[in-house]
Design a protein around this ligand. Structure first.
Ligand SMILES: [Zn+2]
Length: 299
């Protein structure tokens, strides 16, 4: 009888300890873009051809580091970062801490959100920019400024933050914080509600801004991430009802013409197509296909 009582007590204790450990797990996902990084204003900072690119990879990495540090300090237990700009190989991995995992390069089915799943408690968007239909905002575009003029989900024009929030929402993960210029922060809080926003520069045009200095941006990002993780239960996932109608408008005629050969695609006007996905995963894969495929792909 006594042994049984001890056994029961032990069992209860084990369950309590496990429940506690479970509760204490907090996985945070960080999607890092570059247009919204401190000081970024033109292509000179955004890709290997630009004369300032290598220096700005440094600033991008430091912004991500500031967010990682603050998230761990505020109670995060695991962090996955996705390098989600340009070639997907911008972050300087030797300057990132050991206690994260990094998603790099393309293509990938969940695009800027690769690596997210239902085990995450919140998503952070760093270095983001406003959407392509916004007349303001530094480098305002959605997925491709050169090829696309609009992406709509269920009839609503979407920024990358909106599309990515809907992907996170598919997994019941809320967006908790965003950094970038004043325009993307405003646009995103209008769509998603009260997410924490770090404004590191004020847009004065597509290719100009008034910016704070790097150290100020890191500090600001630290503060906002800390606040967001501290009140993580306040945020609601951005969930779109399924199925999800996707409308894409191209700059040119031929993409919509050729895509309309597919029975799953409808051409809605000279420059636009429609695809209906059963959920955001299908929509994301379709978008990644649409922006990646060409018959000359190698290897
Ligand atoms: Zn980008």
């Amino acid at each position: 009888m006594r042994t049984r009582a001890i056994w029961l007590a032990l069992l209860t204790l084990t369950i309590a300890v496990e429940a506690n450990a479970q509760e204490k797990k907090m996985r945070i996902y960080i999607s890092a873009d570059m247009e919204g990084v401190v000081g970024v204003v033109t292509g000179e900072q955004l890709g290997p051809q630009g004369f300032e690119y290598n220096r700005f990879r440094e600033f991008m990495t430091q912004e991500v580091n500031a967010a990682i540090e603050a998230a761990y300090e505020a109670g995060a237990t695991e962090i996955v970062v996705s390098d989600s700009h340009g070639n997907g190989q911008n972050l300087l991995i030797e300057k990132l801490p050991r206690n994260i995992l990094l998603v790099r390069a393309w293509p990938r089915p969940l695009m800027m959100m690769q690596g997210i799943d239902e085990t995450f408690a919140g998503a952070i968007f760093l270095g983001y920019h406003s959407g392509t239909t916004n007349p303001h905002g530094v480098r305002a575009h959605t997925m491709s400024s050169a090829r696309l003029t609009d992406i709509r989900l269920k009839g609503v024009s979407m920024s990358e933050a909106g599309i990515n929030a809907a992907i996170a929402g598919h997994f019941n993960v809320p967006v908790i914080m965003i950094s970038g210029d004043d325009v993307v922060v405003k646009e995103t809080t209008e769509l998603l509600g009260d997410v924490e926003g770090a404004v590191v520069k004020w847009s004065t045009g597509f290719h100009s801004a008034k910016t704070v200095m790097p150290e100020v941006a890191y500090q600001l990002i630290r503060e906002k991430v800390s606040k967001a993780v501290g009140r993580i239960r306040d945020f609601k996932p951005y969930k779109l009802a399924t199925p999800i109608q996707l409308d894409v408008s191209f700059k040119n005629y031929r993409p919509s013409e050729v895509l309309s050969y597919l029975s799953s695609v409808e051409r809605t006007d000279s420059h636009s197509i429609r695809f209906v996905g059963k959920d955001m995963i299908e929509v994301s894969k379709f978008l990644q296909f649409l922006t990646t495929y060409e018959p000359g792909l190698e290897p």
